[in-house]
Design a protein. Sequence first.
Length: 256
Amino acid sequence: MLTPIRARHPLLLSAGLTLGLLLAVALAGTAVYMLHLPLPTPVPLAFVPIALALAIWARQSHQWRELGYRRPRPGRYATIAGGTIVLVLAITAWNIGSWHWDTVPGWLAFTLLVAFVEETFFRGIVLRMLLPYGWTPAWILSSVVFGLGHGINLIAGYQSAFTTLIQVCFALAWGLFAAAVYADTGSIWPVFVFHALFDAIQLAGVHQTTTPVDMTTLAVMASAAMVIGIRGAGNSAVTSPNEMSGRDLSVGAVQG
């Protein structure tokens, strides 16, 4: 079951935490540029301390299970979720075709870091923080925030407006799918592994996926998300506020 995080102003707090995450990435980008650091992306510089902070907080407050780091239960829509994950990974790998195998270990380490921070933050914290509004608003809002957050690549000048638009739409579909699977299984592990593998396949590839393939995988994930999310996987997996234990989560104790 997903336990809502209690906060006085969950929407404002979620927005503030997300802006803080984006600011950390922006500051890391500035540091890489100003100090001429030999990094292909500023993300590790921002995400490593964030990952450490999340891990320390989860350990000290015994929140690993509440965040979703537990064995997945047999979800009602496990076949749809599993089939979607396998299909998206297969289509992506087929379109790329070949990889720089010597870069795979490095990129895999990077994508594990990204998957841990983003899935823990947006699914384990932001989604649950918005659950007091109900499953559907939390599901949609957390996914929209996740998608719009990828617009920072345009602001930073890393890519064109069209590429960023595709990425934002893709991230939105990803967020909807990931949140639905998280609610259906009660575990963050399936989407964590999916996230890391998908990004590693992309980054280590000799070529990038084409726009038609990106749109196809976007449609596949969005369709699966609609089936899993709208048909009640989230509603059946959410603990109501009246069933919550009396102990506040550490992040939920912050009063906005």
